[in-house]
Design a protein around this ligand. Structure first.
Ligand code: ADP
Length: 388
């Protein structure tokens, strides 16, 4: 049986039941009327016979008048019985109509009223509203669908609120991160303007600090711009299917020298065979180099850094690891969020807190995932699917 017709069929069944009940009441009423009449005629036949005897035996008898009176009497009695039967029928009919009305209300009207109330609540933005009535067939289905819709709307509303909160927080972080170096810059400039910097050596030192602060601010602005581009659905994120092993080898070659220069150990493990997958080389380079630069930035010389590329499932994995100081415990859970920085990055002007957030966005734009494991060493695993 098709579920879309079940309520309709149930209603038709109940209407048939209703009409059969009415027909039975009518039949019962007729039966009562008939029984009354049979009874009456049986009782009436006695006196008629005695009247007949009277007519035959006595001279004063007037049979024509008696039988006319008798007929009138019978008609009167018949109408009286018919009226009583009609009243009985109407009483039973009223009871059935009332019971059927109650049943219809409980089966259809009450759920419909609940649904209307629920829709009104949702329209007013009360997304926590859920329906909870007893019903079967399509009405139960509507109730389930309504509750599912309300749950989704509630979830969307929650996400919207969280997004607004995170944007608000981000704006506060940006203004804070720009204000702090700006204030320092203004201090240096005012000191120079007031002639407080007398030696050339000190002047050169201050200019270098001003330049560093300005670079950090530019880095921050660039990072914010990159993040907002990646965040925008309109931003064209072009990918090309290329050999990822060649791409990774080029990065490894570039970083090999950098790590060597800073007395780090660098190992890489890249397969010889070609692996062709779709990726955006510019952005993927940005993601991988953010992580490798962090390994260099936050760890002392002597740290071992690893880069490994391997086919995994229906894609590839890039493992970037180091055995250095490790991600600070306090930020392990939020390290991929924008503006999250460890104390070292905070105090040394060393970072913007955007590097890993950008890396995450880039990998997710590829339809992949980025994960962090910290057992013994810090490892970021970047998974890129072979099909986007
Ligand atoms: P930034 O480096 O600009 O501060 P990131 O998002 O790149 O921002 O990194 C967030 C924080 O994670 C850093 O401030 C640092 O404390 C920590 N971190 C990242 N990579 C490493 C690493 N390889 N070793 C230790 N700490 C790290």
């Amino acid at each position: 049986m098709k579920t879309s017709n079940r309520l309709q069929r149930s209603l038709i069944r109940h209407y048939i039941f209703f009409f059969i009940t009415i027909a039975l009441i009518a039949a019962f009423s007729l039966f009562v009327l008939n029984a009354q009449m049979v009874n009456y005629f049986r009782e009436a036949s006695g006196p008629v016979k005695s009247e007949e005897a009277e007519v035959m035996g006595g001279p004063t008898a007037t049979p024509g008048v008696n039988s006319e009176q008798h007929e009138q009497e019978k008609v009167k009695v018949f109408y009286g019985m018919a009226l009583k039967t009609l009243l009985l029928f109407l009483a039973l009919f009223a009871i059935i109509v009332y019971a059927f009305g109650r049943w219809t209300a409980s089966r259809v009207t009450t759920p419909l009223r609940s649904i209307a109330d629920g829709i009104r609540s949702i329209a007013r933005g009360h997304y926590h509203e859920r329906l909870n009535f007893q019903a079967s067939y399509e009405l139960a289905q509507i109730q389930d669908d309504f509750n599912e819709m309300a749950a989704r709307l509630e979830q969307i509303e929650k996400e919207k609120r969280e997004l607004e909160e995170s944007k608000q927080r981000m704006l506060m972080d940006i203004s804070h991160d720009l204000k702090t170096p700006m204030t320092t810059l203004r201090g240096y400039i005012e000191a120079m303007e007031a002639g407080l910097v007398d030696s050339e050596e000190r002047r050169a030192q201050i200019l270098s600090m001003i330049s560093n602060k300005a670079s950090l601010m530019l880095e921050l602005i660039d990072g914010i711009f990159e993040l907002s581009k990646l965040d925008s659905p309109e931003y064209p994120f072009d990918v090309q299917t290329s050999d990822i092993t060649e791409f990774t080898r080029a990065i490894a070659a570039e970083y090999y020298e950098v790590f060597e220069e800073h007395k780090f150990y660098f190992h890489y493990d890249i397969p010889d065979r070609e692996i062709w997958i779709p990726f955006n080389a510019t952005w993927l380079y940005r993601a991988v180099s953010n992580i490798l630069s962090n390994a260099l930035k936050y760890n002392p010389p002597g740290t071992t850094v690893g880069l490994k590329l391997a086919a995994a499932g229906n894609g590839v994995e890039i493992h970037l690891s180091d055995d250095g100081v490790g991600i600070p415990e306090a930020i392990k859970g939020t390290v991929f969020d924008a503006f999250v920085r460890g104390d070292l990055a905070r105090t040394s002007d060393g970072g913007t807190g955007l590097g890993l957030a950008i890396a995450k966005q880039v990998i997710e734009k590829h339809g992949g995932t980025i994960t962090l494991t910290t057992n013994g060493q810090t490892t970021f695993v970047l998974f890129l699917p072979e099909e986007m």
